[in-house]
Design a protein around this ligand. Structure first.
Ligand code: ME8
Length: 506
């Protein structure tokens, strides 16, 4: 039976439309999910929207609508984005769903039953933008001296009746867990930050609010809704059926991998495992904090006017062009920058000129000179060592070095292009047609291998290439690498798969 693999993105706040950072996260997670599927894993991939909390409440108020209306409207854009970007999620979760209320309340009850929840009064700093509490010592001074969160967002002094979670009791167990599971938090730099944060001592966490009601009601505590992060984190459990003992729950929990941005590592690597320990539930295997995407090196913000609609970008450049750019250009785990020039340069060089040109030249020769039938005899000469390439790609992906995996694959693209150019089948055909046929056969096979290799990153284009090679749907994963294309295979008329970007004149 295929080994299960449960992977998630963070769930986004639908207080506005999705931005390129949201697109980046869901594309990277999709690439990993597709990669594991191509290895034969039984993948469950969850994404969705995080709809409660003060930030949503305030955004709705500003527009004169209810938070539920705001969530309904904006969540639909996030869902639409998964379609536009060709995301292969198995479920899109909304935290306003009744099943999620049930899961959040069940988790709360489990933590309460363990003696970890007690009533009190919260007095401290809160950032609505981050939906986070901060200690005085964490705050930084803004330009005109006002206090800001470490993320640079405004904070307000908050005093409120609240339930507390006994987070302080978990510091030692958390540190022991990090120690025993060095890969629990990746990359290394984020892990170090978390370890030193926990070593600095943990305060108990305020986990309910009474000043507004847009949230999951706290069981048996009228007037209290859960702190948004308690219910938000629970989405990963709801997604596979908790609290019911469903088949999905048994198969997929604990999650293998939470992909999140660097700004929310603390919630996932400190609060979340502590909640799960308290509820006696198994912990996820890994939390990976990716970097931030910057617009030409600058932070995106509404005031700078550089917030880009990712769906618009996908329409402009092409879905796979955008996916490829983000996956190849940004070292996964680090911040990255995007610009029109960088996207165009990458997709022209690697997609249009690299893989596209090879396919176009080889397939049009087969159409023209071989009647559209794969020529050659027996097994093709191996242009690429697919098994060796796979081993290198697997190694990169084991550490989630997505950019590196693509770099290795494009070494293969370059090698195949070199082979084709050096072998010059168009010239060889004049004196030795059988030798020219053998070259085309070998090149067609190299294209097949490369199309399979890129399929998790640029699925639509890879499938078009595999369609052009008349490869059946069940011969497109890594297991199919070993079964070369047979001579005599009839191919459809070739079509360009990667259009070249040409700048419009003035
Ligand atoms: O944090 N570049 O939601 P969110 C890359 N609801 N990634 C970015 C980014 C950027 N410029 N800006 C944001 C939340 N992100 C919570 C999560 S999970 C139980 C709850 C990432 O809409 C961010 O780091 O603010 C996060 O992983 C995701 O987008 C959603 O951010």
């Amino acid at each position: 039976m295929a080994e299960p693999f449960y992977i998630t993105t963070a769930i986004s706040y639908p207080n506005g439309r999705p931005h390129i950072g949201h697109a980046y996260e869901v594309i990277a997670t999709d690439a990993i999910a597709r990669f594991r599927r191509m290895e034969g894993r039984d993948v469950f991939f969850l994404t969705g929207t995080d709809e409660h909390g003060l930030k949503m409440d305030q955004a709705a108020r500003a527009r004169g609508i209810s938070p539920r209306e705001l969530a309904d409207e904006m969540s639909s854009y996030f869902r639409e984005m998964t379609g536009v970007l060709n995301i292969s999620n198995d479920r899109f979760i909304r935290t306003s769903e009744p099943a999620h209320y049930e899961a959040s309340q069940a988790l709360w009850r489990a933590m309460a039953a363990n003696g970890d929840i007690y009533p009190g009064r919260y007095e401290g700093w809160y950032s609505v933008r981050d939906e986070a509490f901060y200690d005085e010592k964490e705050l930084v001074a803004g330009e005109d001296g006002q206090k800001l969160s470490p993320q640079g967002t405004p904070v307000e002094w908050t005093v409120e009746e609240s339930w507390f979670f006994r987070l302080s009791a978990y510091a030692d167990r958390l540190l022991a867990h990090y120690e025993a599971n060095p890969d629990f938090i990746r990359p290394e730099g984020r892990r170090n930050e978390v370890v030193s944060f926990v070593k600095g001592g943990l305060s108990d966490l305020s986990i309910s609010r009474t000043s507004f009601d847009w949230g999951v009601p706290v069981p048996d505590a009228p007037g209290h809704v859960m702190y948004v992060w308690v219910d938000a984190l629970t989405n990963y459990l709801t997604g596979v059926g908790y609290p019911e003992d469903t088949e999905a729950y048994r198969k997929y929990w604990p999650a293998d991998l939470h992909i999140i941005g660097k700004d929310i590592v603390r919630f996932h690597a400190v609060y979340w495992p502590a909640f799960l320990m308290s509820a006696n539930l198994p912990l996820p295997s890994q939390v990976f904090g990716h970097g931030f995407l910057l617009n030409r090196g600058e932070k995106m913000s509404k005031s700078l006017g550089n917030v880009v609609d990712p769906m618009e970008m996908a329409r402009t450049y092409g879905v796979d062009q955008l996916r490829y750019f983000l996956l190849r250009e940004v070292s996964f785990g680090q911040d990255g920058s995007y610009s029109h020039d960088a996207i165009v340069t990458r997709s022209n060089a690697d997609l249009a000129n690299g893989l596209g040109n090879l396919a176009q030249r080889c397939l049009s020769m087969i159409a023209k000179n071989c009647g559209g039938v794969v020529p050659g005899e027996g097994a093709p000469a191996p242009v690429l060592d697919a098994a060796a390439l796979l081993a290198r790609v697997e190694e990169a992906m084991a550490g989630l070095a997505i950019h590196r995996a693509l770099e290795v694959i494009w070494e293969g693209v370059a090698e195949a292009n070199r082979y084709f150019a050096d072998s010059a089948p168009w010239a060889v055909r004049k004196t030795d047609p059988a030798a020219a046929d053998a070259i085309l056969h070998a090149t067609a096979e190299a294209i097949r291998v490369l199309a399979i290799f890129v399929r998790w990153a640029i699925p639509e284009s890879a499938d078009k290439l595999l369609d052009q090679l008349a490869q059946p749907a069940d011969a497109r994963d890594f297991a199919a690498l070993a079964a070369p294309i047979a001579p005599g295979t009839a191919l459809p008329a070739p079509q360009g798969v990667f259009p070249r970007w040409v700048e419009q004149e003035g």
